[in-house]
Design a protein around this ligand. Structure first.
Ligand code: FE2
Length: 290
């Protein structure tokens, strides 16, 4: 491109749409980046093809692009998360699981639910699963008190005061507590040892198939399930948080976890929070903060 053309292109800097690509090249040249660099770059890109942007609420942001900037939504993705990364809430009576199934089925379109499973019984539990539009699986469960009587501590009520129907009226079911999250692993015993000996969590049950881990101070627990051919590793936004007593403890944990984590991100030091993220033996993400 001749110098005169460059200047004309630069004056058109603010022209939108396809002209912008041309201006980008010209500006780079004017800022002294040679087109024929003798040193080989590390990468050899075939294009600068995508921009990525984050927002607080996608449904609020999308109309800005479509209604004000003439853009089109080409694809609206959702995270591809396995069933075994669900969260579960518990109701106090078995009939509430059936009522929940009925209510969710009746309101499937309203909430964009993709799948609502029929109530099914497993061991002492009775539950339904459903998929919400954001790609997450959720569970509503009931646990027979007999399970707690036989020593399953996780089956004991997770609440001290039972919520009344009037606290969550009109659905026929009342979730009393968020009881569990779920994680996949390759080797149950190795993961249990990591969670106990490295993360300081408690083994709270499990059995032949899974192991349950929790913190002694709170009733909720994580079900860790072996999954030999794991296809969907999670991204760091899907994580559990361990809160430590002080920022110094977070710094120390960062130093000590270094060689044991499969990935370790740098410490973020804010005014009110010091934290970092790491991935465990199975690339499940955790946050450590104070
Ligand atoms: Fe579950």
């Amino acid at each position: 491109m001749a110098r005169g053309d460059e200047r004309r292109a630069d004056r058109k800097h603010a022209v939108p749409a396809h002209g912008a690509g041309l201006v980008f090249v010209v500006l780079a040249e004017l800022h002294g980046l040679p087109l024929h660099c003798k040193l080989r770059a590390m990468l050899n890109p075939i294009g600068l093809t995508h921009g990525h942007y984050e927002c607080r609420a996608l449904d609020e942001t999308l109309p800005i692009f479509t209604d004000l900037l003439a853009m089109q939504v080409l694809e609206r993705g959702k995270p591809d998360k396995p069933h075994n990364n669900h969260y579960g809430v518990r109701v106090a009576r078995p009939a509430e699981v059936d009522a929940a199934h009925e209510y969710l089925e009746a309101n499937k379109a309203r909430y964009g639910l993709k799948r609502v499973s029929r109530p099914s019984a497993q061991h002492f539990a009775r539950s339904i699963y459903f998929s919400e539009p954001g790609g997450n699986t959720l569970e509503i469960e009931y646990y027979d008190p007999q399970a707690a009587a036989e020593g399953r501590s996780i089956a004991a009520p997770h609440w001290q005061r039972e919520l009344a129907e009037s606290d969550f009226p009109g659905r026929g079911y009342v979730p009393q507590a968020l009881t569990h999250g779920t994680l996949e692993c390759h080797d149950k015993d190795a993961s249990a040892a990591f969670y106990r000996d490295v993360l300081g969590l408690q083994i709270a049950g499990g059995g032949r198939i899974s192991v349950y881990i929790k913190h002694p101070a709170t009733p909720w627990y994580l079900v860790v399930l072996p999954m030999p051919k794991r296809k969907k590793p999670l991204r760091p936004v899907n994580r559990f948080t361990l809160t430590l007593a002080s920022a110094d403890d977070v710094e120390k944990a960062h130093r000590e976890l270094g060689s044991r984590a499969t990935e370790l991100q740098p410490i973020e030091r804010g005014e009110s929070c010091t934290s970092f993220l790491f991935a465990d033996l199975d690339h499940n993400w955790w946050e450590v903060r104070a």
